[in-house]
Design a protein around this ligand. Structure first.
Ligand code: AHR
Length: 517
């Protein structure tokens, strides 16, 4: 492989790929007569919660030398723009289930007690600041409402405040300096109200009625909104919800963290994370079945609007018993750069591949969160660190083509203890006429390059001697990027040698392969 980019890692990489690819038990092609289907770029969305340093000290820090006139960190805005962030969900997450939006608007902002995370919420970053920040990022706002201590009326009043042209809350927005409606299209009812830890948890029967009432009032305020509702992959919860509200909601909201770091601060290592890379494919299949059994296939879609390999570390969430405690300093354990390795990058690529493969059903996805905690961007006083997952979004959002073509992927297994997963995970994208393809493929093997046969005939392409592409990897599976260190995980342009129709993919890597017919 000849590398166009300079870099020690890139040269080392070359050693892996010079080898001729022997016959490959792994192969990527497409279904005959495959029809391209545009996937929704909203799958590259992000999430921002009032938790630890995501808002205050993250996106919003008037004391930072990187702050603009509104107190927003310009380096964070630039980094989110560089990955073409299409949508950011806000303000929570658990936070929202006891958040009253009126505390965060107007000239006078009182601090309130954040009952979810048990710290004071200064309310200096509220709806108006969030919308202004989204406009600078160039993304759609997406508001998750309070279905814990909130009411359907409070939710619909929030819609009026943001989108109304008449009524006291519309007038309140104008008086606060925003005469024009914000036009916020995306709204969800509640956050994980199915969870015992959530303030305002509800039974599935209660939830169906609550969402119905909320949807009625929110749609009575703005009939053009796209409405989502918290749901799960369990039919016992989500089927009653869909039967009660399927005619009024557009999406069900699904969450997944595969390495539950909220309680333990011992992140799972590379190979254990690899064994969880099929999470999104499994969850989407489960929800697809529920939506179909509710008779709503093609009507209700999926918003996978909180996902990450790593759970956020906040021991004590849900500890409402006597003597409950939350260990605040423990939250900073999520800041450890060494947690976010090539495991996180390969996991992220596999989830994004699943969203692309299921383009007919997945409408949106939001990586949780976008800044600090377990996010792709970490801020510090002298700048930002772009973690491994950031570069997956950078490659996918900028370099994939806009249509999904149904892929035919065969793969040998990657096994660990009693678990097994496909060694390679791929999605095939194309332009509308299928004159060009960009294949996104991950090699999960922690140690070995893997040969992958490209079924050129199925692509309608002539076999090539070399293919150009991009490789994201690091010197080791546990490689990560950190403050004051030369990043060890950055994308490198690459040329893949084709031998017997196959190319070699480096170990622990995410690759984009470009093919022109
Ligand atoms: O760990 C963070 C929490 O994860 C979010 O606030 C909530 O939505 C999810 O349970």
């Amino acid at each position: 492989m000849k590398l166009n980019s300079v870099g020690v890692m890139a040269v080392a990489l070359g050693a892996f790929l010079q080898g001729a690819a022997a016959s490959a038990p792994n192969a990527i092609g497409i279904e005959p007569e495959a029809k391209p289907l545009a996937y929704n770029p909203m799958i590259f969305g992000q999430f921002l919660e009032h938790f630890d340093t995501q808002v205050y000290g993250g996106v919003y820090d008037p004391t930072s030398r990187f702050a603009d006139e509104d107190g927003f960190r310009k380096d964070v805005i630039e980094a989110l723009r560089a990955i073409r962030t299409p949508i950011v969900r806000w303000p929570g997450g658990c936070f929202v289930s006891a958040y009253h939006w009126q505390d965060g608007v107007g000239k006078k902002r009182e601090g309130t007690w954040n009952k979810a995370w048990r710290v004071e919420e200064p309310n200096t970053f509220g709806t108006d600041e969030y919308v202004k920040w989204c406009r600078k990022v160039g993304c759609e706002p997406y508001i998750c409402t309070n279905a814990g201590t909130g009411t359907p009326e409070e939710m619909s009043d929030w819609v009026e405040y943001c989108n109304g042209t008449a009524g006291r809350f519309a007038r309140m927005r104008a008086a606060n300096g925003n005469p024009e409606p914000f036009g916020i299209k995306y709204w969800s009812v509640g956050n994980e109200n199915w969870g015992a830890w959530e303030i305002g948890g509800k039974t599935s029967g209660e939830w169906g009625n609550f969402v119905l009432e909320s949807a009625k009032m929110m749609r009575a305020t703005d009939g053009k909104i796209t409405l989502l509702a918290a749901a799960t992959t369990q039919p016992g919860w989500t089927l009653p919800l869909l039967k009660r509200t399927g005619h009024l909601i557009n999406d069900v909201s699904i969450h997944c963290y595969s390495d539950g770091g909220w309680a333990h601060a011992a992140p799972n290592d590379y190979i254990r994370i690899m064994m969880r890379t099929d999470a999104a494919e499994r969850n989407i299949a489960a929800v697809r079945n529920i939506i179909s059994s509710a008779g709503l296939a093609g009507r209700v879609q999926v918003a996978y609007d909180e996902w990450n390999a790593r759970g956020w570390h906040h021991p004590g969430l849900g500890a409402f018993h006597q003597g409950n405690a939350m260990d605040f300093p423990a939250r900073r354990k999520s800041d450890r750069a060494s947690v976010y390795t090539m495991a996180d990058a390969v996991y992220a690529a596999c989830q994004l591949n699943a969203f692309i493969r299921n383009a007919d059903l997945v409408h949106m996805a939001c990586f949780a969160p976008c800044v600090n905690t377990t996010g792709p961007i970490f801020v510090h006083k002298d700048g930002i660190v772009l973690r491994t997952t950031y570069y997956v979004f950078k490659l996918y959002a900028n370099d994939l083509l806009p249509y999904r073509v149904p892929a035919v992927v065969t793969s040998e297994p990657l096994k660990y203890e009693k678990s097994s997963t496909a060694m390679i995970d791929a999605a095939v994208t194309a332009d509308e006429t299928r004159s060009r393809y960009v294949i996104a493929v991950a090699n999960k093997d922690p140690a070995q390059a893997r040969a992958v046969k490209i079924d050129f005939a199925s692509l309608g392409a002539k076999p090539a001697a070399t293919l150009s592409g991009t490789v994201l990897t690091g010197p080791a599976p546990e490689s990560y990027n950190d403050i004051n260190a030369k990043p060890s995980v950055v994308p490198a342009e690459a040329t893949f040698n084709v031998k017997d129709g196959a190319i070699d993919l480096p170990p622990h890597s995410v690759c984009l392969i470009r093919i022109t017919r």
